[in-house]
Design a protein around this ligand. Structure first.
Ligand SMILES: [Zn+2]
Ligand SMILES: [Zn+2]
Length: 130
């Protein structure tokens, strides 16, 4: 799966480098935090893929959003993901899962502080002609 890079605008150059599946929160069914990087310009950022909880399977809402964050924040998240023995297991008890998957008092995933400050971009898939 490759996406369009928001920095150099090259289609199909933004790849998911690392991903960790987090425990679903009150509003989502699946939650995945990703480190994405561009092979063309070296851009790196974070992305979140959030599959919403719907009343029926047809109403599932997909949200895939990229976040511009500082390089050191990207690096600390990628180090955390690499330290986890089972990034695909949302119930994994590792430090990475505990710290990245924190929920707020309402039971919603609180995300990362860096992501609240950052600008977002749409993760766009380009299939076929680009
Ligand atoms: Zn790029
Ligand atoms: Zn883990």
């Amino acid at each position: 799966m490759a996406f369009r890079c928001p920095q150099c605008n090259t289609c199909n150059s933004l790849q998911i480098e690392l991903a960790i599946d987090l425990p679903p929160d009150r509003t989502s069914e699946e939650l995945s935090l990703q480190v994405v990087s561009c092979g063309a310009c070296g851009f790196r950022s974070l992305a979140v893929c959030d599959v919403g909880r719907g009343d029926c399977p047809e109403s599932e809402s997909w949200k895939h959003i990229g976040y511009w964050v500082r390089p050191d924040a990207v690096e600390s998240v990628s180090m955390a993901i690499r330290s986890c023995p089972e990034p695909r297991n949302p119930r994994c008890p590792s430090v990475a899962h505990t710290s990245l998957g924190k929920k707020d008092l309402r039971g919603e995933w609180s995300g990362l502080l860096e992501m609240e400050r950052g600008h977002t971009f749409a993760m766009r898939l380009f299939i076929g002609q680009s």
